[in-house]
Ligand binder design. Structure first.
Ligand SMILES: [Zn+2]
Length: 92
């Protein structure tokens, strides 16, 4: 289990007020599944998603044709989330 995933699982258990040491096996499985379905922070983002979820308007960016990690569109102009001042929580 990666360190990130381990942290996500313990956060999920904590958020449900479950003590990780006393957690039910099914609670841990549930938490693991949620950790698995949690999307990785996108590497590439299209302008639509960047404008929607970014912290600022994109001024300078190096665009290339690729697929957007947020909406999954392919063959669109994408750039790094950094160019939008990174994405706000809830970009998923
Ligand atoms: Zn997109």
């Amino acid at each position: 289990m990666s360190r990130d995933k381990q942290q996500t699982v313990s956060e999920l258990l904590t958020s449900k007020s479950i003590d990780a040491d006393k957690a039910d096996f099914s609670d841990i499985v549930k938490a693991l599944k949620m950790a698995d379905s949690k999307k990785e922070y996108p590497q590439w983002v299209c302008s639509d998603c960047g404008n929607k979820h970014g912290n600022k308007k994109c001024v300078i960016a190096t665009w290339h044709i690729g697929s957007c990690d947020v909406c999954g569109k392919e063959q669109v102009k994408v750039t790094e989330p950094r160019d939008f001042g990174h994405l706000k929580d809830g970009w998923e």
